[in-house]
Design a protein around this ligand. Structure first.
Ligand SMILES: [Fe+2]
Ligand SMILES: [Fe+2]
Length: 133
């Protein structure tokens, strides 16, 4: 679990970097670059959330039960809306500059809050579940 979480945190770093690039591209109205950055991000994010749900979430629910893992379940429920927003931003990159910038900012903000919650609360709790076993 320790190694898996190191990998997940490393992926957060990579995804934050791609989102930062996409935001820069959106700010300078380089829509092709936004599409390109998000095309790179999408498969990484998809695999990342699948891994988190299959390992970290499973462990937490298995150890603490649904009630004990309530907060973590809420954090993982952010995966779908973040993924949807990512698709919206991709679509906007082809048409609406103002909305693109706003949605890009919202996406980056949501992702930051999400990854921060995982790193600050979810992953430490998963690690302590493993240690108590
Ligand atoms: Fe996540
Ligand atoms: Fe994550």
């Amino acid at each position: 679990m320790d190694e898996l979480i190191r990998t997940l945190v490393g992926e957060h770093v990579r995804m934050r970097e791609l989102l930062r690039q996409a935001k820069e591209s959106a700010d300078s109205s380089d829509f092709e670059a936004v599409s390109r950055d998000l095309r790179q991000l999408e498969p990484v994010f998809k695999q990342h959330i699948a891994d988190e749900e299959a390992t970290v979430l499973r462990l937490l629910i298995g150890t603490l039960g649904r009630a004990g893992a309530e907060d973590e379940i809420k954090v993982f429920q952010q995966h779908r809306p973040i993924y949807k927003l990512m698709q919206t931003v991709s679509e906007l990159a082809a048409k609406n500059a103002v909305e693109l910038r706003m949605s890009q900012e919202e996406l980056n903000g949501l992702f930051d809050v999400h990854a921060g919650a995982e790193e600050g609360r979810v992953f430490p709790k998963a690690l302590s579940c493993v240690r108590e076993k």
